[in-house]
Design a protein around this ligand. Structure first.
Ligand code: SF4
Ligand code: SF4
Ligand code: SF4
Ligand code: FES
Length: 946
């Protein structure tokens, strides 16, 4: 369905770099870039030529013939959408002849269209209806004959319907799926009158390749493809621009409302991260905001075996503050701490760490980024001087060779993946380094040049072997290295990687990557033009995560692939605000902007700003807090927007740590798994109910705007503020923008950021300050932030986690498109229809050896514990490797992950666990006990009494 109230210029913009062309349209002169269509040129001067098959998000197609124009000196009536401007062209768009032709075309469309406008879901927001009015069609002469009316609707998709009787076969949906999304799920079947839109090789949308991105629905000019919510609620009457709260791509949306009710989320064309595209999560999976399980009142209980008691906000906050003060009086100042959330806004995150440092008086603050991208922070800061990716997403359109390491963008970062796929279809080459054959390796019109299916845990060896090839074969960009990097460190590194023990042939047995493929990949990256590396948690969540990030940085520097468009080192961040959570000073050793707590000048500046002395000792990381709790010296924790019981490794240890505390405070939307061990539950607000900012994987800071009032009464930062005041530390913010003003005042890389600027520009990428008032899309342009780029030796130290006779397989984990992280939000939406449970992927050979059939229950056992789930037999994984997602609490995937972690940052080694797999009869005893514990700990007094 059409975009409510957005201007559609009909065809895409031509590059502004080319020469300008002057022409005259209806007597008006205009200059436009060469390559612009007549339709777009006319729209730019306010002349909207009637159109149906054209829209400015797609290539012009020229099928509907409604946009005909007259061009002086040219015979016939060319379609303005497919006719490029030429110098001196004189165009007429409104002659009597054109009007007659257009009415004739429109009459044919309408004669085969149901005339049910008054009851149609798109009434008032339908391009066919608008264009019929625009061409002045008043009656239809053709009577009953063959038609497409009365065909059955396809209602199989949970979010949108397909009503073929309303289809005008303009092909916008098919082209959107091909060009924008890159899934090629739709086709036009048949010829002429018989032609119709169909899901390729499938009965209906749900059983097709469709990934429910919504691009076709957005492109459809009629109500053929329409959101179920629009049909249910009615067309929206206002909209608010805001930012998706799911992944680190950071898509911006128009939240379209009818009154106070959210009708739909439509990707915003002006959004610089998503450029008008979306995935199923941001577009459709927002129903959790109204889910019946959402907790809206604060609750407390004296012990975790009691039911919850609903209390007033005042009682909850007073009780929490007095508990923290009691604990500190009894066990010492450092016996409490807190965890910030990568799902919350920058302002909320900043305030939680301020509460801990200034209110609690210690630095025991950490963030869930600990368990995902902390090695990125360490590695990139060491090599380049800044803890963040180097490019914007647009940069990929200038890449010639793209390396994807340990990331699964079509599932994890789908909107970026669509952009990447477009570039690959244009001819860029792809190298995938991943133990699993992810979708990006082979998809419609895309085939990776190399897929290095390495053994889990050997990233460092593979990347060092690639460096070996680059150095040994003389492929180093010496001019770049001499100019931009420390030459003596480079020489030391080059000597290290050149050692024959690092050759592809020497490492092949260990990595299981054929030497010839590894050599080909290294040569392609070093010599194929602009080389861009994108990586994910398959890099960081290892005991050598930081070493791998350093190895990536080494490769990029050695080949000169930094400091311009189309290249770079790009971490694909998992959660929406992982980058922001790190930037805001969530780590125990750093204040905002990555400045060490022991740095006197920085600490003194914050002491002046916050009016209290700050502890100069770094605080505890999450695993250390849990260890200290088990040891009896850490007794209270404030957890905002995180479910560490489900997301952190070694569940038994996490539960032991939480159970040993005297006051666990969880602030969240739902009673999550961690809340099983909580004494206070503070209901949180959704992204739709708050103001603030998120920072995406490109360092892009974007506004989150309040779409509706918080159902719990408060935005999350307001709750933190209430708690701070109750603790005796005064905070006085009236609006989230005031918190950003404080962040800007205290953080050099954010010095130029304000809500007013974000409102005006849409977004900025940090650093944003006096030197870069509109932000920094590509970093390290003239030189590295740290001065000279630093090469670091990357010795491969194998994980302690080793396979053997007891545990012969390696388990690695990841996520799937329809679900998000621990699933708290997406499991409470229709997205679960695509992924109702986590499955264990196992290679046919390993399954056969164990007598496992597809769908069988299997027990997965490691040194840490065991769990059961059902098997999915597939050759996506290599023999010896098994894989699962971790979106469902019942799977308890983290019961089996170990407490091994990255040597520099403690990021857990989720990606390598030695396991044994065998058939089982269903969930383990432990899983059943846990379900019971979970059920009991969710009792709320009022409900229990019923
Ligand atoms: S929803 Fe997306 S993937 Fe599905 S058919 Fe439409 S464009 Fe293609
Ligand atoms: S479904 Fe909509 S976009 Fe697709 S061909 Fe029909 S009218 Fe056009
Ligand atoms: S790609 Fe990420 S940010 Fe964009 S809509 Fe999907 S989940 Fe949201
Ligand atoms: S809009 Fe130009 S031919 Fe359809």
């Amino acid at each position: 369905m059409a975009w409510l109230g957005e201007i559609d210029l009909g065809t895409k913009a031509a590059p502004v770099t080319g020469p300008m062309v002057s022409l005259i349209i209806d007597g008006q002169a205009i200059d436009v870039p060469e390559g612009t269509s007549v339709m777009r040129a006319a729209a730019l001067i306010g002349t909207n030529i009637p159109k149906l098959c054209a829209t400015d998000s797609l290539e012009a197609f020229g099928s509907c013939r409604l946009c005909l124009v007259e061009v002086e000196g040219r015979a016939g009536y060319p379609a303005s959408c497919t006719t490029p401007v030429t110098p001196g062209m004189v165009v007429r768009t409104q002659t009597e002849k054109l009007k007659k032709l257009r009415r004739g075309v429109m009459e044919l469309y309408i004669s085969d269209h149901p005339l049910d406008c008054l009851t149609c879901a798109a009434n008032g927001d339908c391009e066919l209806q608008d264009q019929a009015g625009a061409v002045g069609l008043r009656d239809v002469r053709y009577g009953a004959g063959a038609s497409h009316l009365g065909q059955a609707k396809d209602v199989s998709n949970p979010y949108f319907d397909f009503d073929p009787s309303k289809c005008i076969v303009c092909s916008r949906c098919v082209r959107a799926c091909d060009e924008v999304q890159g899934t090629f799920a739709l086709t036009i079947d048949g010829m002429g009158f018989a032609s119709k839109v169909a899901a390729s090789q499938a009965e209906d949308f749900f059983s097709s390749e469709c990934v429910s991105c919504g691009a076709c629905v957005q492109a459809c000019p009629t109500a053929t493809l329409v959101e179920k919510k629009v049909a249910e609620i009615g067309t929206p009457d206002r909209s608010v621009i805001t930012t998706c709260a799911y992944c680190g791509v950071g898509c911006t949306f128009r939240a379209e409302m009818r009154g106070e009710e959210l009708v739909r989320m439509v990707p915003w064309k002006e959004g610089k991260a998503n450029r008008g595209h979306s995935c199923v999560k941001g577009r459709f999976a927002w129903g959790y905001a109204n889910h019946k399980e959402r907790i809206l009142n604060p609750m407390i209980r004296a012990s975790i075996d009691q039911p919850w008691r609903e209390v007033s906000w005042e009682e909850a906050i007073t009780h929490t503050a007095s508990e923290f003060r009691r604990i500190q009086a009894k066990y010492g100042k450092r016996s409490v701490g807190g965890i910030t959330s990568s799902r919350c806004t920058n302002e909320e995150t900043f305030l939680v760490q301020k509460l801990i440092r200034a209110g609690f008086g210690n630095n025991n603050v950490d963030t869930c980024a600990r368990v995902c991208h902390s090695p990125t922070g360490y590695g990139l800061k060491t090599a380049f001087g800044t803890s963040a990716g180097t490019q914007d997403f647009d940069s990929v359109m200038a890449a010639d060779v793209v390396v994807i390491i340990g990331a699964n963008p079509t599932d994890g970062h789908p909107v970026f993946a669509s952009r990447l796929k477009r570039r690959l279809r244009q001819g860029a080459q792809l190298i995938v380094i991943d133990p699993r054959r992810t979708d990006i390796v082979r998809s419609p019109h895309i085939e990776a040049a190399e897929h290095l299916a390495l053994r889990p845990g050997t990233n460092v060896a593979v990347l060092t072997a690639m460096a070996h090839v680059i150095v040994a074969e003389g492929l180093v960009d010496e001019a770049f290295v001499r100019e931009r990097c420390d030459w003596s460190e480079f020489e030391d590194w080059a000597e290290f990687v050149a050692d024959p023990r690092h050759s592809p042939e020497a490492t092949e047995r260990m990595t299981q990557v054929p030497a010839a493929n590894l050599r080909a990949a290294a040569r392609l990256y070093a010599t194929g033009g602009n080389g861009a590396i994108y990586y994910g948690l398959g890099v960081t969540e290892h005991s050598q995560g930081s070493t791998t990030v350093l190895a990536i940085a080494n490769l990029a520097m050695a080949t000169g692939n930094l400091g311009r468009d189309g290249v770079g080192v790009n971490p694909l961040r998992g959660q929406n605000n992982v980058q922001g959570a790190c930037d805001m000073g969530s780590f125990p050793h750093e204040l905002s902007g990555y400045r060490h707590i022991s740095d006197d000048a920085t600490r003194e500046m914050f002491e002046g700003l916050w009016g209290v002395p700050l502890d100069d000792e770094p605080g505890l990381r999450i695993p250390n807090m849990l260890d200290a709790a088990v040891d009896g010296v850490f007794k209270g924790i404030y957890i905002q927007g995180e479910d560490i019981l489900q997301s952190d490794p070694d569940t038994h240890h996490v539960s032991a740590g939480l159970a040993a505390m005297e006051c666990v405070v969880v602030q969240d939307l739902f009673l999550n798994e961690t809340a099983n061990y909580a004494h206070v539950f503070l209901p949180g607000s959704t992204f739709l109910e708050k103001n603030g900012t998120f920072t995406n994987a490109e360092r892009r800071i974007q506004l989150v705007r309040k779409v509706m009032q918080p159902m719990n009464g408060y935005e999350d930062w307001e709750i933190t503020q209430l708690l701070a005041r109750a603790l005796g530390y005064d905070m006085n913010y009236a609006h989230a923008s005031e918190i950003m003003d404080e962040i800007a005042a205290a953080t050099p890389t954010f010095a130029g950021v304000s809500f007013a600027k974000l409102d005006a520009l849409g977004s900025v990428q940090w650093p944003c300050n006096a030197a870069a008032p509109e932000g920094t899309p590509v970093m390290h342009l003239g030189g590295f932030a740290r001065g000279k780029g630093k090469f670091v030796r990357t010795e491969y130290v194998a994980s302690e986690e080793k396979t053997g006779p007891r545990f012969p397989l390696l388990l690695t984990t990841g996520r799937i498109l329809s679900q998000y992280n621990v699933g708290a939000q997406t499991r409470r939406t229709e997205n679960s229809r695509w992924h109702e449970e986590d499955r264990l992927e196992i290679h046919p050979h390993d399954a056969e050896q164990r007598g496992i059939l597809d769908g069988d229950w299997v027990k997965v056992a490691s040194r840490a514990g065991d769990t059961s789930l059902r098997a999915l037999i597939t050759d996506r994984v290599a023999p010896g490797v098994v894989y699962t997602t971790f979106h469902h609490p019942s799977t308890q995937a983290n019961v089996i992950t170990t407490d091994n972690s990255d040597w520099a940052t403690n990021c857990p080694e989720y990606k390598v666990t030695a396991v044994q797999v065998g058939r089982s009869n269903g969930p383990t005893d432990w899983q059943e006990e846990y379900e019971e514990l979970s059920r009991r700990s969710r009792r709320i007094e009022a409900v229990a009494a019923e």
